[in-house]
Design a protein around this ligand. Structure first.
Ligand code: CA
Length: 653
């Protein structure tokens, strides 16, 4: 890491002379600029890209028990530096990152002479900013009750947002858990579904000028998880704190900050196209690993009986079937879902883990996070809520050779809940265990912060496709939305490439899957998570075409690089991901018509490629047939393709 520090100490005279003027900081390529100004003690910023305003003059600052850091502010010091850092990621969309940005640190003094530093990092397509505070006299801590921080988008902006749920709503009062529907191209003035604003990340289309993705990163037990308020014409969207009722009403909505301390980073990714939105690494660029891995962790694919076979499959014999399936597919893991403590029992789970080992499959086990935060009845309960319980449980898991856990049903975004995620991760690392969260908050930079963190749900996931025909119908829309927002800022455990035609154990009853086989297979690459769930059933080994089984066996989950190729949120998406030397191009179509595209695939220029696609539905046919073709990408790197409605595309060598 190389940091060039260029400090400009301004004399008091020059600061007062420039009080009404604006300061600017630009990206290394000079195209992205943040302008900060101070008017009558209030601080504002705006974001300009290629001379076009993408975020209009918006408020900065917060309110604390020590001082009001949102008004009466005087600029005292300005420091500029350059950041040039290389780092690696294990579980995200890219493995090697070169982060360069210009940093501006602005020190303000409140009316009561307390200091706040606002830091802006400006990279070529990303702005990140945060507030930090020195120790103030004898005060070693402070309470932040709310923020002024806002985001005012230009008036032509349309929105791609998902609402914040009501506290203690949903299944056994487990919400909010970031499992709400997205709306595409909505008006800014629309009220959010529940009147609670929107959860991160928030995607905006600024007319023909481009795209803006707003999120936050670096959140752990040192702050609350925030979201965006509803829109108001004057303020735009404001940073909103957790709601009173979250976690069964226990715990404050305020944030306690140890001094010196800082807020999480707020991030704004900007592009004329969707390319910077899909490819951004800003969620990881501005955070740091918080501890060392206790061992070298691996990732891979896992089978999961619960999603299609549901609760009744959590018994010894059915789990053996899914361990055997993982083994037949060459997959590394099998996840045993909820209620294994009751339906299999601890003794038999030890036997099951031993059996899995003979098949070279690792077991992962489900846990309830409870706690007092909701009524989720599934067991095992009381294994993850306190350090004493966790260490006892994790020592047992380690003894059995269990390498991963999935912890479900958290209680919102209050500070003590954000601490619980961190405590589970930290303790798990001591026992060589990796962690997936479900029923949970958005992970905010955790892929880099916690070396044994794997993935999170925080999305309307495959379970909803199983539960309702509505969500089965919405699946193509949802999965062509996430590459541009939810999955752009964090790994996403959608929970399954589903290959049964009907969403039932007998593969005949209940509703039919709306997506094609190639759609499902392509989703295994489109939905980025380094621990990928393949929700196929044992019958799929023989009842789907053999070339599909063979493709699923070689499904990659770790990516060195990710590129945007084409798409529009909620309509279609085409991405390329590279693993080592090999590129995989995948596409999904949520439109009602076949989608004809000429793709720019430089990585395959002049080469013969394998193309997995769907045949058009024939008269009277209910499910599209899949086909595997060979095609040649021309010397310019162009390939003409057709993606069928609710269908997919995979191009590889
Ligand atoms: Ca869930």
């Amino acid at each position: 890491m190389r940091i060039l520090l260029l400090t400009i100490f301004l004399s008091l005279f020059s600061i007062s002379a420039m009080a009404a003027e604006s300061l600017t900081v630009s990206s290394p390529d000079g195209k992205l600029m943040v302008k900060i100004d101070n008017e009558q003690g209030k601080v504002f910023y705006s974001v300009i890209y290629n001379n076009t305003t993408m975020v209009e003059r918006s408020a900065l600052g917060l309110k604390s028990d020590i001082a009001d850091f949102s008004s009466n502010l005087t600029l005292k010091n300005v420091e500029q530096s350059q950041i040039d850092e290389h780092y690696t990621l294990r579980t995200a969309k890219r493995s090697q990152v070169h982060y360069t940005a210009n940093q501006l640190n602005l020190t303000y003094e409140s009316g009561q002479r307390h200091q706040m530093v606002i830091t802006f990092n400006v990279a070529n397509n990303d702005v990140a900013f945060r507030y930090s505070f020195p120790q103030i006299g004898e005060r070693a801590c402070m309470v932040v009750s709310g923020e002024q921080t806002s985001f005012r988008l230009p008036e032509q902006t349309t929105t791609f947002l998902t609402p914040q749920a009501n506290a203690m709503s949903g299944w056994k009062r487990t919400k909010p858990s970031y499992e709400e529907e997205y709306k595409a191209d909505a008006a800014m003035g629309d009220k959010s579904q529940y009147g609670n604003g929107y959860t991160f990340p928030c995607l905006f289309r600024v007319g023909d000028q481009g795209w803006v993705l707003i999120s936050e990163t670096g959140t752990n037990g040192a702050y609350v998880g925030c979201h965006l308020s509803d829109y108001s014409a004057e303020e735009g969207y404001r940073i909103a704190f957790p709601m009173e009722g979250e976690a069964n009403g226990i715990g404050s909505t305020s944030a306690g900050v140890r001094l010196p301390g800082a807020t999480p980073w707020r991030t704004i990714t900007v592009g004329q196209t969707l390319k910077p939105i899909v490819e951004t690494t800003v969620a990881f660029d501005v955070v740091k690993p918080l501890y060392e891995p206790s061992e070298e962790y691996d990732c891979g694919r896992y089978t999961w009986s619960w999603i299609v076979w549901q609760d009744n499959s959590i018994n010894y014999d059915d789990q053996v079937k899914f361990i055997d399936l993982a083994s037949a597919m060459g997959y590394e893991y099998c996840l045993v879902d909820c209620n294994w403590d009751r339906n299999i029992g601890r003794e038999k789970i030890e036997q099951l883990a031993a059996y899995a080992k003979t098949k070279s499959v690792g077991l992962m086990l489900w846990y309830n996070s409870n706690g007092y935060e909701n009524d989720a009845p599934q067991g095992p309960k009381g294994g993850m809520d306190t350090a004493i319980n966790r260490k006892r449980e994790m020592a047992w898991l380690k003894k059995m050779g269990v390498k991963g856990i999935k912890v479900d049903f958290f209680g919102g975004d209050k500070q003590h809940t954000m601490q619980l995620y961190e405590d589970i991760l930290s303790d798990a690392n001591d026992y060589g265990i990796q962690v997936i969260f479900h029923g949970c908050t958005l992970p905010r930079g955790w892929e880099r912060m916690y070396p044994n963190y794997l993935s999170s749900e925080a999305v309307i996931a495959s379970e909803q496709v199983i539960f309702t025909t509505h969500h089965a119908e919405q699946q193509p829309f949802e999965l062509t939305m996430h590459p541009f927002c939810r999955n752009s800022v964090a790994t996403m455990d959608w929970g399954g490439v589903i290959m049964n035609k009907y969403l039932s154990r007998d593969n005949k009853s209940r509703h039919a899957r709306r997506t094609t086989d190639i759609f499902e297979m392509a989703s295994g690459i489109m939905n980025q998570t380094a621990m990928q769930c393949v929700s196929m059933c044992p019958n799929n080994l023989t009842d789907i075409p053999q070339f599909e089984v063979e493709w699923l066996k070689q499904l990659q989950t770790r990516w060195d690089e990710t590129l945007f190729i084409d798409g529009y949120p909620g309509k279609y998406a085409v991405l390329a991901r590279r693993s080592g030397e090999r590129w995989y191009v995948v596409g999904l179509n949520a439109l009602k018509e076949p989608l004809k595209l000429t793709l720019d695939l430089d990585m395959f220029a002049g080469q013969q490629v394998s193309v997995y696609c769907d045949k058009p539905l024939k008269e009277g046919e209910k499910f599209a047939q899949a086909e595997l073709k060979s095609d040649k990408v021309n010397a310019k790197g162009e390939l003409k393709v057709v993606i069928q409605p609710n269908g997919g595309l995979i191009v590889q060598r």
